[in-house]
Design a protein around this ligand. Sequence first.
Ligand SMILES: NC(=O)c1ccc[n+]([C@@H]2O[C@H](COP(=O)([O-])OP(=O)(O)OC[C@H]3O[C@@H](n4cnc5c(N)ncnc54)[C@H](OP(=O)(O)O)[C@@H]3O)[C@@H](O)[C@H]2O)c1
Length: 265
Amino acid sequence: MTRQVAVITGASSGIGRVFAHHLAPGYDLLLIARRQQRLDSLAQELSAQHGTRVTVFAADLTDEAALSAAADKIAAEPRLALLVNNAGFGYRGRFWEADLATIEKMHRLHVMATVRLTHAALGVLVRRNLGAVINVASVASFASRAGSASYGATKSWVSAFTEGLYLDLQQAQSAVRVQALCPGFTYSEFHDQLGEDRRSFAPAAFWLTAEHVVKDSLRALNNGPLFVIPGWRYKLIVAVLTKVPFWLKLRLESRGLDRRPDSPK
Ligand SMILES: NC(=O)c1ccc[n+]([C@@H]2O[C@H](COP(=O)([O-])OP(=O)(O)OC[C@H]3O[C@@H](n4cnc5c(N)ncnc54)[C@H](OP(=O)(O)O)[C@@H]3O)[C@@H](O)[C@H]2O)c1
């Protein structure tokens, strides 16, 4: 039987890498991230373990030419069945103090790369009337916090975009599924890159493994909810924050989980 193809962005570490491990037994893979060596060794590992045909594409998705090339590859894949828009990064700092070039890259990666790759993928998937797009958003789509205005805003966009796609697909009576995956704090390289102790972000009980996040996502893909929020603590936080009056939401957000000495109390 012909194997279907899954595309994963940000596959060189963390949640994306775990997606690759879980999908490799059932799909051929196109793995995208900037670090070629990481992708090459993951490809070797997955083909040795599962006989998976893995193509790697080393690309900075904030770069216009590289993003177009990635979108072209996706649009030209007739066996495409799944796109996981996962590549992303964080920063910490007050908006006006953060490096503007970094912020612009974040908006390009979380928003424009998701737009372009999803457009390319849905062209194929809707024609085939099968498959899915998983957009990795965040609990930050529902819960803002000081020090990550653009992160929260771009992840809120990812969630709203996915909800809009869901409605379009439903109206078109398409079998293609979409999911907004909304993890909370997850062990990966994401926080390492911020160069701060993990304990400064949240108490240990709030940390999820990438394995947990990916299992919840894939389990929910066929019949599960549009928004997948791994972990009962985060389900509870989102349930509360989306139901309380706005003034109370703002007050809770300003307390947050943030344990930095200068965080608002
Ligand atoms: N970890 C958390 O607590 C958490 C919570 C909620 C949501 N998320 C979301 O989960 C997703 C995955 O993050 P993670 O936690 O797995 O972090 P991670 O381990 O740092 O992985 C991020 C991935 O994105 C890739 N990437 C970053 N910038 C890129 C660019 N310009 N072009 C192409 N690829 C790029 C990285 O690969 P290269 O460096 O090789 O390019 C890496 O593979 C992100 O969207 C993040 O916002 C994470």
